[in-house]
Design a protein around this ligand. Structure first.
Ligand code: ATP
Ligand code: ZN
Length: 297
């Protein structure tokens, strides 16, 4: 295939659980996607980029071979592909993208007890991730067989072809519906940005730099929050310490209340429920956390 010299090519999942969030990120990054119904490529109108639409399993190999310059894929698929090729075909991972979080877990039928990992010795485990699983077992000194399956892995114990499974779990509903219990997380995954190790033109390198800085902007504005609360004046030093990633907060007096103040601050890190509970314990009340749409420092 003739490689385009100036237009950056990014391999993305065509359809599926990664695709929606991948397109959402690219749109938030300001890319105008010109859809080509049924096509292999989408063209980006406002930057020299083409999206190559493929199955997620093909992305690590396409990026390694330079068929695509960048790729967005789950860490589970990236790792399995690299291990399956004895680490000889590992594209460079340049960023964790913070979406499509899921875990690869070992699960047993509800009817089985579980003490520790040794329970898997001499068992057969159905999985789409035999290399990640065997690498994990090797580290733990476990000897077990894997049965490679692609799709409907959770039915294997019911069919009597495996004792346990190792599969992607997010809510646990599929496990529950199949009478399985999650006993151990062996790998935590999220979407990754991959880059080819092949040489790139200056034009493509410049586009990557621009794209990475926009990804960073999207990430920051997602995490940054505006937080407001009321509190007794005496609680101010303790509350200031608790505000995550905040500069000096704005302090205002509350009309008709001598000892109470309002505190406003921009937090550059995630504000979790735990943080809000700690603020409340330290004396804050009426705590509000608001999203920030755009920021210019
Ligand atoms: P394809 O047709 O592209 O091969 P697929 O059936 O292999 O698709 P999907 O089910 O769309 O794959 O999942 C793609 C990736 O999304 C997974 O490999 C994983 O990284 C991530 N993922 C899986 N389940 C979830 C989930 N419940 N929530 C978020 N991300 C998930
Ligand atoms: Zn797939």
């Amino acid at each position: 295939m003739q490689m385009e010299k100036t237009r950056l090519r990014i391999a993305v999942q065509k359809k599926g659980r990664l695709a929606d969030e991948t397109f959402a990120l690219l749109k938030a990054t300001g890319l105008t996607i010109k859809e080509n119904k049924g096509g292999l490529f989408y063209r980006i109108k406002n930057l020299p980029i083409d999206l190559l639409l493929v199955r997620d399993d093909d992305i690590p190999g396409f990026v390694f071979d330079g068929v695509a310059d960048l790729g967005i894929v789950g860490a589970n698929v990236y790792e399995e592909y690299a291990l399956n090729n004895n680490n000889q075909r590992r594209a460079q991972c340049i960023q964790e993208l913070g979406f499509s979080h899921c875990n690869l877990c070992l699960a047993l039928p509800n009817t089985e007890g579980y003490a520790d990992l040794n329970d898997f010795n001499n068992k057969t485990i159905a999985t789409s991730y035999p290399n990640i699983l065997q690498t994990y077992f090797k580290k733990g000194g476990i000897s077990a067989s894997t049965l490679e399956m692609h799709g409907s892995v959770e039915v294997a114990p019911k069919l009597g072809i495996a004792d346990a499974i190792c599969d992607i779990v997010s809510s646990g509903a599929t496990l529950e519906a199949n009478g399985l219990q999650n006993v151990k997380t062996i790998f935590s995954s999220q979407a990754l940005l991959l880059k080819t190790t092949k040489a790139l033109s200056t034009e493509k390198k410049d586009t990557i730099t621009k794209l990475l800085s926009r990804f960073e902007g999207v990430r920051q504005s997602k995490e940054t929050k505006y937080i407001m609360m009321n509190a007794p004046r005496s609680a101010l030093p303790a509350l200031t310490k608790l505000l995550p990633g905040a500069e000096a907060p704005t302090v205002m007096h509350l009309e008709g209340q001598k000892d109470s103040i309002a505190i406003h601050a921009v937090c550059r890190e995630s504000v979790f429920w735990e943080t809000m509970e700690s603020l409340k314990t330290a004396g804050a009340s009426s705590i509000l956390v608001l999203p920030i749409e755009k920021m210019l420092a």
